[in-house]
Design a protein around this ligand. Sequence first.
Ligand code: TXA
Ligand code: MG
Length: 308
Amino acid sequence: MIRQQELDRAAAIIRSGGLVAIPTETVYGLGADALNAQAVARIYAVKGRPSTSPLIVHVCSVEMARSLVTDWPQSASRLAARYWPGPLTIVLPKKPVVPDIVTAGLSTVGLRMPAHPAALELIRRSATPLAAPSANRFTGISPTTAEHVRRSLGDQIDMILDGGPCDVGIESTVLSLAGPATLLRPGMIPLEELESVIGQPLAKAGMAEGAHPSPGMHARHYSPRTPLLIVDGSLPPGRGAYLWWRRELEAELKLRLGDTAEAYAHQLYDALDRADQAGLDWIAIEAVPQAMEWCGIRDRIQRASARD
Ligand code: TXA
Ligand code: MG
């Protein structure tokens, strides 16, 4: 449990332009006052993130979300009622109050209300929305525990709020409502369900693996340093780590993941991190099911194994 005093200290840091790592239900975020351009500039510097990659803005109420956008369509109301607080980011045209650096110069902003009591309480006490990307170095694995954050960014940020391991385990679903509803990044929310809440099909151009190209979505992302490959039934020679869910094979380090999409997502980044820490020659991940509910997981595994 996070103590009241810690939340007060975190809110004071946010209000004075500092950086606080925050627990959310998806992954840990690196939070700063979204309305303070200088504070947001520090996020990019600490992450080593290119300024062409927009940040998600975290809110604690629909009212706060509406204060940041020029238009709040019916579909946004329905999605927020169904999924907020929760792992859904909604992209809408921004108001000038949101500094350009937050959105990498785009005219739209991604908004999300995280389902973690500490994150919500921090936003309330800071009385400002929080810009927060995942709290890892650019292209690295997203952190799902406070310990992951400490190891990668600990000495460069002002505070880490430890809210325990993240429930969901992979990043939010990102959906644009600026124009026809379009999926920008798959997460753990079933796409058919999103379509039925919006009442129309999602735009699907270029959606072979579930993801649209979106600013800041690089092929190589969420990657360990150790070379990673997706395997089905056999492993490369040498010493390596094998992440499996169905078919066990002999390897130096074997990590078993859950066999439902939810359990698997919850464990994936911690397993990747542990495999990476082991300092072996390779990490092999057993291919995962083609079913729709695994599409966010397939997206992350594919990016983690991309070479560019
Ligand atoms: O679950 C999550 O979404 C986590 C937690 C901390 O909330 N955050 C996260 O942030 O994953 P980040 O910065 O690692 O990924 C944000 C992605 C960007 O790479 C970009 O693709 C998309 O969200 N995005 C943000 N704002 C956008 C915008 N205005 N237009 C299009 N895409 C946007
Ligand atoms: Mg990230």
